[in-house]
Design a protein around this ligand. Structure first.
Ligand SMILES: CCCCCCCCCCCC(=O)SCCNC(=O)CCNC(=O)[C@H](O)C(C)(C)COP(=O)(O)OP(=O)(O)OC[C@H]1O[C@@H](n2cnc3c(N)ncnc32)[C@H](O)[C@@H]1OP(=O)(O)O
Length: 187
């Protein structure tokens, strides 16, 4: 099947939108685990998403340097967020390839620019570059990924029902807050 240019969903968040946390317990973006990456993302122009995270001592492999697996995690999160938010299609990572070009020290911040590259049926291609310590800093890590679109049953069949309920409740609460309906009759 031919690869087609990505078609951003008409209801995708607009450039400049801060994306926030998609699940509190997500290691990539959630706030519940102190050692997590706490990645923050916002929509950029032209099918891009900008993400940042600061490497802490909890992310070390060699002394004082980020673990490559955790850098790959940051790219999985940034690319997954790009696919999920711009296409508004549930999808999971099928393949993730990373090039580690420079060491990433503890205390440094990685600025990740991710983009949609194309789609072919259920297959979604995306790639990203991670710049060291500034949005235009040297590229320390690059990644390419294949995401595969799935139905919601992927998560209900294989995931944790209690965690899915917690996520659905949090999303409903966020929607009530956005619409100014977050009040109780008997608080
Ligand atoms: C607002 C929200 C924010 C949301 C923000 C979310 C951010 C979260 C970011 C984290 C994302 C993750 O880590 S997700 C978690 C890690 N990933 C997973 O757990 C996925 C585990 N794998 C699977 O469940 C499965 O293998 C699937 C779903 C990927 C594919 O299985 P399937 O549904 O049976 O489909 P299948 O026919 O095998 O594959 C479909 C097509 O993709 C191709 N394909 C599949 N895998 C590969 C592969 N590794 N390399 C090459 N090609 C592949 C096949 O050849 C086929 O091509 P063709 O024949 O059609 O040409």
């Amino acid at each position: 099947m031919d690869v087609e240019p990505p078609a951003v969903h008409p209801k995708a968040p607009t450039p400049g939108t801060e994306l926030g946390i998609h699940f509190d317990e997500c290691f990539g973006c959630g706030d519940e685990f102190e050692a997590g990456l706490h990645l923050r993302s916002r929509i950029g122009e032209a099918q891009t998403v900008y993400s940042e995270f600061t490497v802490t001592a909890a992310h070390q492999g060699a002394p004082g340097l980020a673990h490559g697996g955790l850098l790959a995690c940051a790219f999985d999160e940034a690319l997954g967020s790009t696919v999920g938010n711009l296409l508004r299609r549930p999808a999971v990572t099928g393949k993730l390839e990373t090039d580690f070009r420079r060491p990433v020290p503890v205390g440094s911040t990685l600025y990740i620019e991710a983009r949609l590259d194309g789609t072919a049926g259920r297959k979604i291609y995306a790639s990203a570059d991670g710049h060291l310590d500034a949005p235009d800093g040297p590229i320390a890590v690059s990644a390419r990924a294949l995401f595969v679109a799935v139905g919601f049953e992927h998560f209900t069949t294989h995931g944790d029902p209690a965690a899915l309920k917690k996520l659905a409740d949090a999303q409903e609460k966020a929607k009530r807050v956005r619409e100014g309906r977050d009040w109780e009759i008997n608080p």
